[in-house]
Write a protein that binds this ligand. Sequence first.
Ligand SMILES: [Ca+2]
Ligand SMILES: [Ca+2]
Ligand SMILES: [Ca+2]
Ligand SMILES: [Ca+2]
Length: 532
Amino acid sequence: MRGVAVRAFLPCLVLACFWVGTTLVAEGREGRRPVNEKTLLRPAPAELCALLDDPEQVRTMDGLRFMLEMSCGRLDSSVPIPGSPPGFSPGFSPGFPPGSSTRGVEGEVDVRVNDDTGGSERSQSETTIAKNEVTHTVCSAFNDLCELLCPDGGGGLIGFSRSTDDGATWDDRGAAGAESFGDPSIVWRRSDGFFYLSSLRSGGGAAVYRSTDDCQSFSLLAAPETLVADRGFLAVDNAPDSPHGGNLYLAYRGSSGIVARRSTDAGATWSSEVVLGSGQGAWPTVAANGDVFIAWLSFGPNHVVSVPVMRSTDGGVSFTAVTDVITDKTLPRDGAASVSCKTNALNGGIRYLPTPQLATTDDGALHAVTSYDPDGPGTGDVVDVFYRRSTDSGATWSPEVRLHDDATDRDQYFPTLAANGNTLQATWYDRRLDPENLLQDTFRSISTDGGLSWGPNERLSDVSTAIEFDPGALPCYHGDYDQGLVTEDRATIAQWSDDRNTDEAADVFTETGEASSVFQDGFESGDTSAWQ
Ligand SMILES: [Ca+2]
Ligand SMILES: [Ca+2]
Ligand SMILES: [Ca+2]
Ligand SMILES: [Ca+2]
Protein backbone atom coordinates (compact mmCIF):
# COMPACT_ATOMS: atom_id res chain seq x y z
CA MET A 1 0.00 0.00 0.00
CA ARG A 2 1.19 3.41 -0.87
CA GLY A 3 0.06 6.04 1.52
CA VAL A 4 0.96 9.21 3.29
CA ALA A 5 -0.08 10.84 6.49
CA VAL A 6 -1.21 14.40 5.96
CA ARG A 7 -2.05 16.44 8.98
CA ALA A 8 -5.29 18.36 8.77
CA PHE A 9 -4.27 21.89 9.62
CA LEU A 10 -7.42 23.88 9.30
CA PRO A 11 -10.60 24.05 11.34
CA CYS A 12 -13.26 21.70 10.18
CA LEU A 13 -15.82 22.33 7.54
CA VAL A 14 -19.37 21.19 8.04
CA LEU A 15 -19.07 17.53 8.93
CA ALA A 16 -15.35 16.88 8.96
CA CYS A 17 -14.63 17.74 12.57
CA PHE A 18 -13.59 14.21 13.37
CA TRP A 19 -10.67 14.57 11.03
CA VAL A 20 -9.16 17.54 12.78
CA GLY A 21 -6.14 16.63 14.82
CA THR A 22 -5.98 13.22 13.24
CA THR A 23 -4.36 12.16 10.05
CA LEU A 24 -5.79 11.77 6.59
CA VAL A 25 -4.43 8.86 4.63
CA ALA A 26 -4.57 9.12 0.88
CA GLU A 27 -4.07 5.62 -0.40
CA GLY A 28 -2.41 5.61 -3.76
CA ARG A 29 -2.78 3.08 -6.51
CA GLU A 30 -0.14 1.87 -8.85
CA GLY A 31 1.52 4.89 -10.39
CA ARG A 32 0.08 7.30 -7.89
CA ARG A 33 2.30 9.09 -5.48
CA PRO A 34 1.44 10.74 -2.21
CA VAL A 35 1.14 14.47 -2.22
CA ASN A 36 4.26 16.19 -0.96
CA GLU A 37 4.70 17.84 2.41
CA LYS A 38 4.15 21.34 1.10
CA THR A 39 0.66 20.56 -0.14
CA LEU A 40 -2.10 21.55 2.22
CA LEU A 41 -4.59 18.72 1.74
CA ARG A 42 -7.68 19.82 3.61
CA PRO A 43 -10.16 17.05 4.40
CA ALA A 44 -13.47 17.31 2.60
CA PRO A 45 -16.73 17.06 4.54
CA ALA A 46 -18.69 13.84 4.26
CA GLU A 47 -21.55 15.38 2.34
CA LEU A 48 -19.09 16.54 -0.29
CA CYS A 49 -17.32 13.17 -0.44
CA ALA A 50 -20.72 11.56 -0.95
CA LEU A 51 -20.82 13.09 -4.44
CA LEU A 52 -18.28 10.46 -5.45
CA ASP A 53 -20.98 7.83 -4.91
CA ASP A 54 -23.25 9.40 -7.54
CA PRO A 55 -22.18 8.20 -11.02
CA GLU A 56 -24.09 10.99 -12.75
CA GLN A 57 -22.26 13.58 -10.68
CA VAL A 58 -18.92 11.91 -11.28
CA ARG A 59 -19.52 11.70 -15.03
CA THR A 60 -19.67 15.45 -15.42
CA MET A 61 -17.18 16.45 -12.74
CA ASP A 62 -14.20 18.44 -13.82
CA GLY A 63 -11.32 19.20 -11.44
CA LEU A 64 -13.65 18.47 -8.53
CA ARG A 65 -13.26 14.72 -8.94
CA PHE A 66 -9.50 14.65 -8.51
CA MET A 67 -9.71 17.00 -5.55
CA LEU A 68 -12.35 14.84 -3.88
CA GLU A 69 -10.50 11.61 -4.44
CA MET A 70 -7.50 13.18 -2.73
CA SER A 71 -9.30 15.14 -0.02
CA CYS A 72 -11.64 12.24 0.78
CA GLY A 73 -8.83 9.66 0.76
CA ARG A 74 -10.64 7.72 -1.97
CA LEU A 75 -8.36 7.31 -4.89
CA ASP A 76 -10.40 5.11 -7.15
CA SER A 77 -8.46 2.02 -8.19
CA SER A 78 -11.36 0.57 -10.14
CA VAL A 79 -11.07 2.83 -13.17
CA PRO A 80 -8.56 1.55 -15.71
CA ILE A 81 -6.03 3.82 -17.32
CA PRO A 82 -6.21 3.12 -21.03
CA GLY A 83 -2.95 1.96 -22.44
CA SER A 84 -1.54 3.23 -25.67
CA PRO A 85 -2.71 1.22 -28.68
CA PRO A 86 -0.12 -0.91 -30.49
CA GLY A 87 2.22 1.19 -32.53
CA PHE A 88 1.07 4.31 -30.77
CA SER A 89 4.26 6.11 -30.03
CA PRO A 90 5.48 9.68 -30.14
CA GLY A 91 6.04 10.67 -33.67
CA PHE A 92 6.48 13.44 -36.13
CA SER A 93 4.03 14.29 -38.80
CA PRO A 94 4.92 13.46 -42.39
CA GLY A 95 3.86 16.85 -43.64
CA PHE A 96 0.73 18.63 -44.72
CA PRO A 97 -2.01 16.88 -46.63
CA PRO A 98 -2.65 18.03 -50.19
CA GLY A 99 -4.99 20.96 -50.43
CA SER A 100 -4.53 22.11 -46.88
CA SER A 101 -4.21 25.82 -46.42
CA THR A 102 -1.92 25.16 -43.50
CA ARG A 103 1.04 27.45 -43.49
CA GLY A 104 3.20 25.13 -41.50
CA VAL A 105 5.81 25.79 -38.90
CA GLU A 106 8.17 28.09 -40.69
CA GLY A 107 7.02 30.88 -38.40
CA GLU A 108 7.63 30.82 -34.71
CA VAL A 109 9.30 28.14 -32.65
CA ASP A 110 7.29 26.73 -29.76
CA VAL A 111 8.46 28.14 -26.44
CA ARG A 112 8.25 26.02 -23.33
CA VAL A 113 6.47 27.77 -20.48
CA ASN A 114 7.06 25.45 -17.53
CA ASP A 115 10.31 24.05 -16.19
CA ASP A 116 9.86 20.80 -14.33
CA THR A 117 13.12 19.25 -15.43
CA GLY A 118 14.89 17.23 -12.80
CA GLY A 119 13.10 13.93 -13.20
CA SER A 120 9.58 15.01 -12.43
CA GLU A 121 7.83 12.99 -15.14
CA ARG A 122 4.76 15.03 -14.23
CA SER A 123 2.25 16.79 -16.44
CA GLN A 124 1.53 20.48 -16.80
CA SER A 125 -1.69 21.25 -18.62
CA GLU A 126 -4.98 23.17 -18.49
CA THR A 127 -3.50 26.55 -19.14
CA THR A 128 -4.64 30.11 -18.43
CA ILE A 129 -2.93 33.42 -19.24
CA ALA A 130 -3.22 37.19 -18.68
CA LYS A 131 -1.09 40.28 -19.31
CA ASN A 132 -0.31 43.34 -17.23
CA GLU A 133 -0.87 46.08 -19.80
CA VAL A 134 1.18 48.60 -17.81
CA THR A 135 4.36 46.63 -17.09
CA HIS A 136 3.77 44.27 -20.05
CA THR A 137 4.41 41.19 -17.91
CA VAL A 138 2.56 38.07 -19.07
CA CYS A 139 1.47 35.57 -16.42
CA SER A 140 0.57 31.96 -17.21
CA ALA A 141 -0.81 29.38 -14.80
CA PHE A 142 -1.58 25.69 -15.27
CA ASN A 143 -2.36 22.46 -13.49
CA ASP A 144 1.03 21.22 -12.34
CA LEU A 145 1.13 17.67 -11.01
CA CYS A 146 4.76 18.18 -10.04
CA GLU A 147 3.93 20.90 -7.52
CA LEU A 148 1.52 18.39 -5.96
CA LEU A 149 3.36 15.09 -6.27
CA CYS A 150 7.08 15.66 -6.80
CA PRO A 151 8.98 15.31 -3.52
CA ASP A 152 10.48 18.75 -4.08
CA GLY A 153 7.30 20.28 -5.51
CA GLY A 154 6.02 23.53 -4.11
CA GLY A 155 2.64 22.21 -2.97
CA GLY A 156 -0.86 22.44 -4.39
CA LEU A 157 -1.85 21.64 -7.95
CA ILE A 158 -1.16 24.93 -9.74
CA GLY A 159 2.11 26.20 -11.10
CA PHE A 160 2.71 29.52 -12.80
CA SER A 161 5.26 31.13 -15.06
CA ARG A 162 6.22 34.69 -15.94
CA SER A 163 7.33 36.35 -19.17
CA THR A 164 8.59 39.91 -19.52
CA ASP A 165 9.13 39.71 -23.28
CA ASP A 166 5.62 38.91 -24.54
CA GLY A 167 6.11 35.17 -24.36
CA ALA A 168 9.51 34.89 -26.04
CA THR A 169 10.98 33.42 -22.84
CA TRP A 170 9.42 32.21 -19.58
CA ASP A 171 10.49 31.97 -15.96
CA ASP A 172 8.71 29.15 -14.08
CA ARG A 173 7.92 30.61 -10.66
CA GLY A 174 6.85 27.38 -8.97
CA ALA A 175 3.66 26.78 -7.00
CA ALA A 176 0.78 29.23 -6.73
CA GLY A 177 -0.66 28.02 -3.42
CA ALA A 178 -0.44 25.05 -1.06
CA GLU A 179 -4.20 24.42 -1.05
CA SER A 180 -4.83 25.19 -4.73
CA PHE A 181 -6.35 22.19 -6.42
CA GLY A 182 -6.58 22.74 -10.13
CA ASP A 183 -8.82 24.49 -12.65
CA PRO A 184 -6.74 27.68 -12.74
CA SER A 185 -8.08 30.93 -14.16
CA ILE A 186 -6.02 34.11 -14.18
CA VAL A 187 -6.91 37.75 -14.88
CA TRP A 188 -5.08 41.06 -14.61
CA ARG A 189 -7.04 43.81 -12.90
CA ARG A 190 -6.39 47.26 -14.27
CA SER A 191 -7.74 49.05 -11.20
CA ASP A 192 -4.83 47.93 -9.02
CA GLY A 193 -2.38 46.34 -11.44
CA PHE A 194 -2.57 42.96 -9.67
CA PHE A 195 -3.03 39.47 -11.08
CA TYR A 196 -5.86 37.37 -9.62
CA LEU A 197 -5.96 33.59 -9.84
CA SER A 198 -8.91 31.36 -8.98
CA SER A 199 -8.78 27.61 -8.41
CA LEU A 200 -10.46 24.74 -6.67
CA ARG A 201 -9.49 24.50 -3.04
CA SER A 202 -8.51 21.21 -1.43
CA GLY A 203 -11.25 20.03 0.88
CA GLY A 204 -13.94 21.91 -1.07
CA GLY A 205 -14.87 25.33 -2.38
CA ALA A 206 -12.92 27.87 -4.35
CA ALA A 207 -9.73 29.77 -3.64
CA VAL A 208 -8.72 33.17 -4.98
CA TYR A 209 -5.05 34.08 -5.00
CA ARG A 210 -3.49 37.45 -5.75
CA SER A 211 -0.10 38.56 -6.98
CA THR A 212 0.90 42.07 -5.94
CA ASP A 213 4.42 41.73 -7.36
CA ASP A 214 3.61 41.35 -11.03
CA CYS A 215 3.43 37.54 -11.19
CA GLN A 216 6.51 36.81 -9.13
CA SER A 217 4.47 35.24 -6.32
CA PHE A 218 0.86 34.55 -5.33
CA SER A 219 -0.77 34.45 -1.92
CA LEU A 220 -4.21 33.32 -0.81
CA LEU A 221 -6.61 36.26 -0.82
CA ALA A 222 -10.03 34.72 -0.23
CA ALA A 223 -11.87 31.42 -0.09
CA PRO A 224 -15.44 32.28 -1.13
CA GLU A 225 -17.63 30.22 1.14
CA THR A 226 -19.20 27.34 -0.75
CA LEU A 227 -19.20 23.59 -0.54
CA VAL A 228 -18.87 22.77 -4.23
CA ALA A 229 -16.98 24.86 -6.76
CA ASP A 230 -16.08 22.88 -9.88
CA ARG A 231 -14.37 24.32 -12.98
CA GLY A 232 -14.43 27.91 -11.82
CA PHE A 233 -13.42 30.76 -14.08
CA LEU A 234 -12.65 34.41 -13.35
CA ALA A 235 -13.40 37.54 -15.35
CA VAL A 236 -12.57 41.16 -14.57
CA ASP A 237 -14.10 44.44 -15.69
CA ASN A 238 -11.18 46.45 -17.08
CA ALA A 239 -13.29 48.65 -19.35
CA PRO A 240 -12.52 52.35 -18.90
CA ASP A 241 -16.13 53.43 -19.39
CA SER A 242 -17.87 50.65 -17.48
CA PRO A 243 -20.11 51.64 -14.55
CA HIS A 244 -18.88 48.47 -12.84
CA GLY A 245 -15.14 48.94 -13.45
CA GLY A 246 -12.90 46.83 -11.23
CA ASN A 247 -15.53 44.19 -10.53
CA LEU A 248 -14.33 40.60 -10.41
CA TYR A 249 -16.67 37.78 -11.47
CA LEU A 250 -16.33 34.11 -10.61
CA ALA A 251 -18.48 31.46 -12.29
CA TYR A 252 -18.42 27.76 -11.47
CA ARG A 253 -20.55 24.66 -11.00
CA GLY A 254 -21.76 24.78 -7.42
CA SER A 255 -24.17 22.68 -5.42
CA SER A 256 -27.13 24.35 -7.15
CA GLY A 257 -25.78 24.28 -10.68
CA ILE A 258 -23.93 26.89 -12.68
CA VAL A 259 -23.54 29.93 -10.45
CA ALA A 260 -22.01 33.40 -10.63
CA ARG A 261 -20.58 35.56 -7.86
CA ARG A 262 -19.10 39.02 -7.91
CA SER A 263 -16.60 40.95 -5.85
CA THR A 264 -16.70 44.73 -5.70
CA ASP A 265 -13.79 45.00 -3.25
CA ALA A 266 -10.88 43.54 -5.22
CA GLY A 267 -11.60 39.95 -4.35
CA ALA A 268 -11.69 40.33 -0.58
CA THR A 269 -15.37 39.38 -0.28
CA TRP A 270 -17.76 37.68 -2.67
CA SER A 271 -21.51 37.95 -3.18
CA SER A 272 -23.83 35.01 -2.64
CA GLU A 273 -24.33 32.63 -5.53
CA VAL A 274 -26.65 33.62 -8.36
CA VAL A 275 -27.91 30.39 -9.94
CA LEU A 276 -27.88 30.46 -13.75
CA GLY A 277 -28.73 26.90 -14.79
CA SER A 278 -27.35 23.38 -14.82
CA GLY A 279 -24.33 21.95 -16.56
CA GLN A 280 -20.58 22.38 -16.46
CA GLY A 281 -17.77 24.54 -17.79
CA ALA A 282 -18.95 28.10 -17.08
CA TRP A 283 -17.05 30.80 -18.98
CA PRO A 284 -17.55 34.47 -18.02
CA THR A 285 -16.52 37.53 -20.00
CA VAL A 286 -17.09 41.28 -19.63
CA ALA A 287 -18.04 43.64 -22.46
CA ALA A 288 -16.74 47.18 -22.90
CA ASN A 289 -19.98 48.60 -21.48
CA GLY A 290 -19.70 46.49 -18.34
CA ASP A 291 -22.22 43.81 -19.37
CA VAL A 292 -21.29 40.38 -18.06
CA PHE A 293 -21.90 37.27 -20.18
CA ILE A 294 -21.58 33.70 -18.95
CA ALA A 295 -21.84 30.66 -21.22
CA TRP A 296 -21.68 27.04 -20.16
CA LEU A 297 -22.23 23.48 -21.33
CA SER A 298 -25.70 22.08 -20.74
CA PHE A 299 -26.34 18.34 -21.05
CA GLY A 300 -29.52 17.01 -22.63
CA PRO A 301 -30.79 13.44 -22.85
CA ASN A 302 -29.24 10.98 -25.28
CA HIS A 303 -25.85 12.64 -25.48
CA VAL A 304 -26.85 16.05 -26.75
CA VAL A 305 -25.40 19.33 -25.53
CA SER A 306 -26.35 22.98 -25.68
CA VAL A 307 -24.50 26.16 -24.79
CA PRO A 308 -26.80 28.60 -22.98
CA VAL A 309 -25.72 32.19 -22.32
CA MET A 310 -26.87 34.62 -19.66
CA ARG A 311 -26.31 38.35 -19.51
CA SER A 312 -26.04 40.78 -16.62
CA THR A 313 -26.47 44.51 -17.15
CA ASP A 314 -26.17 45.43 -13.46
CA GLY A 315 -22.65 44.34 -12.64
CA GLY A 316 -23.44 40.74 -11.82
CA VAL A 317 -26.33 41.33 -9.42
CA SER A 318 -28.82 39.58 -11.70
CA PHE A 319 -28.70 37.67 -14.96
CA THR A 320 -31.21 37.05 -17.75
CA ALA A 321 -31.05 34.41 -20.46
CA VAL A 322 -30.17 35.35 -24.01
CA THR A 323 -30.01 32.95 -26.97
CA ASP A 324 -28.09 29.67 -26.91
CA VAL A 325 -24.95 29.56 -29.01
CA ILE A 326 -25.74 25.95 -29.91
CA THR A 327 -28.82 23.85 -29.07
CA ASP A 328 -29.09 20.05 -28.91
CA LYS A 329 -25.92 19.22 -30.78
CA THR A 330 -24.33 15.79 -30.60
CA LEU A 331 -21.92 15.34 -27.72
CA PRO A 332 -18.46 14.52 -29.06
CA ARG A 333 -17.56 11.06 -27.86
CA ASP A 334 -15.59 8.12 -29.16
CA GLY A 335 -17.53 5.01 -28.20
CA ALA A 336 -14.66 2.75 -27.20
CA ALA A 337 -12.74 5.47 -25.43
CA SER A 338 -15.83 6.57 -23.52
CA VAL A 339 -16.47 3.03 -22.31
CA SER A 340 -12.86 2.65 -21.25
CA CYS A 341 -12.75 6.01 -19.51
CA LYS A 342 -16.23 5.66 -17.99
CA THR A 343 -16.93 9.19 -19.14
CA ASN A 344 -17.22 11.07 -22.41
CA ALA A 345 -13.87 10.71 -24.15
CA LEU A 346 -12.14 11.15 -27.48
CA ASN A 347 -9.98 8.67 -29.35
CA GLY A 348 -6.87 7.74 -27.39
CA GLY A 349 -8.75 7.99 -24.11
CA ILE A 350 -8.90 11.76 -23.58
CA ARG A 351 -11.84 12.67 -21.37
CA TYR A 352 -13.71 15.50 -23.04
CA LEU A 353 -16.20 18.13 -21.98
CA PRO A 354 -16.93 20.38 -24.98
CA THR A 355 -16.98 23.56 -22.94
CA PRO A 356 -17.44 26.91 -24.71
CA GLN A 357 -15.38 30.08 -24.53
CA LEU A 358 -16.60 33.65 -24.96
CA ALA A 359 -14.87 36.93 -25.80
CA THR A 360 -15.92 40.50 -26.54
CA THR A 361 -14.43 43.07 -28.89
CA ASP A 362 -14.31 46.88 -28.86
CA ASP A 363 -17.00 47.06 -31.54
CA GLY A 364 -19.44 45.69 -28.98
CA ALA A 365 -19.75 42.23 -30.47
CA LEU A 366 -19.93 39.04 -28.41
CA HIS A 367 -18.06 35.99 -29.69
CA ALA A 368 -18.26 32.28 -28.90
CA VAL A 369 -16.43 29.09 -29.79
CA THR A 370 -17.97 25.66 -29.32
CA SER A 371 -17.25 22.07 -30.31
CA TYR A 372 -19.57 19.20 -31.13
CA ASP A 373 -20.03 16.15 -33.33
CA PRO A 374 -21.13 17.62 -36.69
CA ASP A 375 -22.68 14.55 -38.28
CA GLY A 376 -24.34 12.52 -35.57
CA PRO A 377 -23.20 9.85 -33.12
CA GLY A 378 -21.31 6.75 -34.13
CA THR A 379 -20.48 7.83 -37.65
CA GLY A 380 -18.18 10.14 -39.56
CA ASP A 381 -16.53 12.93 -37.64
CA VAL A 382 -16.46 13.00 -33.83
CA VAL A 383 -15.64 16.63 -33.17
CA ASP A 384 -15.27 19.96 -34.99
CA VAL A 385 -14.77 23.51 -33.68
CA PHE A 386 -17.18 26.33 -34.51
CA TYR A 387 -17.50 30.08 -34.10
CA ARG A 388 -20.44 32.48 -33.91
CA ARG A 389 -20.75 36.20 -33.20
CA SER A 390 -23.54 38.39 -31.93
CA THR A 391 -23.90 42.14 -32.36
CA ASP A 392 -27.01 42.39 -30.18
CA SER A 393 -25.69 41.06 -26.88
CA GLY A 394 -26.64 37.48 -27.54
CA ALA A 395 -30.21 38.03 -28.74
CA THR A 396 -29.28 36.57 -32.12
CA TRP A 397 -26.16 34.85 -33.42
CA SER A 398 -24.49 34.93 -36.82
CA PRO A 399 -24.46 31.84 -39.03
CA GLU A 400 -22.01 29.31 -37.71
CA VAL A 401 -18.46 29.23 -39.07
CA ARG A 402 -16.43 26.05 -38.89
CA LEU A 403 -13.06 27.39 -37.81
CA HIS A 404 -10.89 24.66 -39.25
CA ASP A 405 -10.45 23.72 -42.90
CA ASP A 406 -9.61 20.05 -42.39
CA ALA A 407 -11.18 17.97 -45.13
CA THR A 408 -10.94 14.70 -43.21
CA ASP A 409 -13.14 13.44 -40.39
CA ARG A 410 -10.40 13.69 -37.76
CA ASP A 411 -10.66 15.45 -34.40
CA GLN A 412 -10.56 19.18 -33.65
CA TYR A 413 -11.15 19.90 -29.95
CA PHE A 414 -10.68 22.14 -26.91
CA PRO A 415 -11.19 25.43 -28.80
CA THR A 416 -9.94 28.65 -27.23
CA LEU A 417 -10.97 32.22 -27.96
CA ALA A 418 -9.24 35.46 -26.97
CA ALA A 419 -9.76 39.07 -28.03
CA ASN A 420 -8.33 42.56 -27.69
CA GLY A 421 -9.50 45.58 -29.63
CA ASN A 422 -11.17 44.01 -32.63
CA THR A 423 -8.59 41.22 -32.99
CA LEU A 424 -9.58 37.64 -32.16
CA GLN A 425 -7.47 34.53 -31.83
CA ALA A 426 -8.96 31.02 -31.90
CA THR A 427 -6.87 27.91 -31.29
CA TRP A 428 -7.66 24.22 -31.01
CA TYR A 429 -6.04 20.81 -30.90
CA ASP A 430 -6.09 19.12 -34.29
CA ARG A 431 -5.41 15.57 -35.48
CA ARG A 432 -5.67 16.21 -39.22
CA LEU A 433 -2.05 15.28 -39.86
CA ASP A 434 -2.39 11.74 -38.51
CA PRO A 435 -4.45 9.24 -40.55
CA GLU A 436 -4.91 7.28 -37.32
CA ASN A 437 -6.53 10.31 -35.69
CA LEU A 438 -4.31 10.02 -32.61
CA LEU A 439 -1.32 12.35 -32.88
CA GLN A 440 -2.25 15.90 -32.03
CA ASP A 441 -1.14 19.33 -33.17
CA THR A 442 -2.25 22.81 -32.22
CA PHE A 443 -3.75 25.08 -34.89
CA ARG A 444 -4.80 28.71 -34.90
CA SER A 445 -6.88 31.17 -36.87
CA ILE A 446 -6.96 34.93 -36.39
CA SER A 447 -9.52 37.61 -37.20
CA THR A 448 -8.58 41.29 -37.30
CA ASP A 449 -12.06 42.57 -38.08
CA GLY A 450 -13.98 41.51 -35.03
CA GLY A 451 -14.79 38.04 -36.33
CA LEU A 452 -16.34 39.08 -39.64
CA SER A 453 -13.61 37.12 -41.41
CA TRP A 454 -10.97 34.64 -40.34
CA GLY A 455 -7.44 34.15 -41.60
CA PRO A 456 -6.13 30.78 -42.76
CA ASN A 457 -5.56 27.86 -40.45
CA GLU A 458 -2.02 27.97 -39.14
CA ARG A 459 -0.24 25.02 -37.62
CA LEU A 460 1.52 26.16 -34.45
CA SER A 461 2.99 23.02 -32.90
CA ASP A 462 6.39 22.21 -34.37
CA VAL A 463 5.79 18.49 -33.90
CA SER A 464 2.81 16.15 -33.86
CA THR A 465 2.67 14.40 -30.54
CA ALA A 466 1.19 11.23 -29.10
CA ILE A 467 -1.10 11.28 -26.10
CA GLU A 468 0.58 10.17 -22.91
CA PHE A 469 -0.94 10.15 -19.47
CA ASP A 470 0.51 11.17 -16.15
CA PRO A 471 -0.27 8.19 -13.89
CA GLY A 472 -0.55 10.60 -10.99
CA ALA A 473 -3.59 12.23 -12.56
CA LEU A 474 -7.06 10.82 -12.94
CA PRO A 475 -7.48 8.21 -15.67
CA CYS A 476 -8.00 9.79 -19.08
CA TYR A 477 -7.11 13.25 -17.82
CA HIS A 478 -5.24 15.22 -20.46
CA GLY A 479 -6.26 18.78 -19.63
CA ASP A 480 -9.73 20.27 -19.88
CA TYR A 481 -9.16 23.62 -21.54
CA ASP A 482 -6.53 26.15 -22.55
CA GLN A 483 -6.59 29.90 -22.79
CA GLY A 484 -4.89 32.16 -25.29
CA LEU A 485 -4.21 35.88 -25.29
CA VAL A 486 -4.37 38.86 -27.62
CA THR A 487 -2.24 41.65 -26.19
CA GLU A 488 -3.02 45.36 -26.12
CA ASP A 489 -0.76 45.87 -29.14
CA ARG A 490 -2.60 43.09 -31.01
CA ALA A 491 0.13 40.50 -30.71
CA THR A 492 -1.19 36.99 -30.19
CA ILE A 493 -0.05 34.32 -27.77
CA ALA A 494 -1.37 30.80 -28.25
CA GLN A 495 -0.90 28.40 -25.37
CA TRP A 496 -1.32 24.63 -25.14
CA SER A 497 0.23 21.51 -23.64
CA ASP A 498 1.59 18.37 -25.33
CA ASP A 499 3.70 15.30 -24.67
CA ARG A 500 6.69 15.84 -26.96
CA ASN A 501 9.08 15.50 -24.02
CA THR A 502 8.29 11.86 -23.54
CA ASP A 503 10.10 11.46 -20.22
CA GLU A 504 8.54 14.55 -18.68
CA ALA A 505 4.82 13.97 -19.32
CA ALA A 506 2.95 16.99 -20.69
CA ASP A 507 4.56 20.42 -20.82
CA VAL A 508 3.10 23.84 -21.62
CA PHE A 509 4.06 25.69 -24.79
CA THR A 510 3.32 29.05 -26.30
CA GLU A 511 3.75 30.52 -29.72
CA THR A 512 3.53 34.21 -30.33
CA GLY A 513 2.63 36.07 -33.48
CA GLU A 514 1.59 39.35 -34.98
CA ALA A 515 -2.03 39.30 -35.95
CA SER A 516 -1.41 41.24 -39.14
CA SER A 517 1.24 38.84 -40.39
CA VAL A 518 -1.11 35.88 -40.71
CA PHE A 519 -4.30 37.61 -41.75
CA GLN A 520 -5.21 37.26 -45.38
CA ASP A 521 -8.50 37.90 -47.07
CA GLY A 522 -10.25 35.22 -44.98
CA PHE A 523 -13.99 34.76 -45.12
CA GLU A 524 -14.13 31.92 -47.58
CA SER A 525 -17.87 32.10 -48.18
CA GLY A 526 -17.58 35.68 -49.40
CA ASP A 527 -20.95 36.68 -47.99
CA THR A 528 -20.88 39.00 -45.02
CA SER A 529 -24.38 40.35 -45.49
CA ALA A 530 -25.97 37.75 -43.24
CA TRP A 531 -23.76 38.68 -40.32
CA GLN A 532 -25.95 40.93 -38.27
CA1 LIG B 1 6.00 17.93 -17.55
CA1 LIG C 1 -20.18 11.88 -35.90
CA1 LIG D 1 -13.32 16.97 -37.04
CA1 LIG E 1 5.52 26.57 -33.69
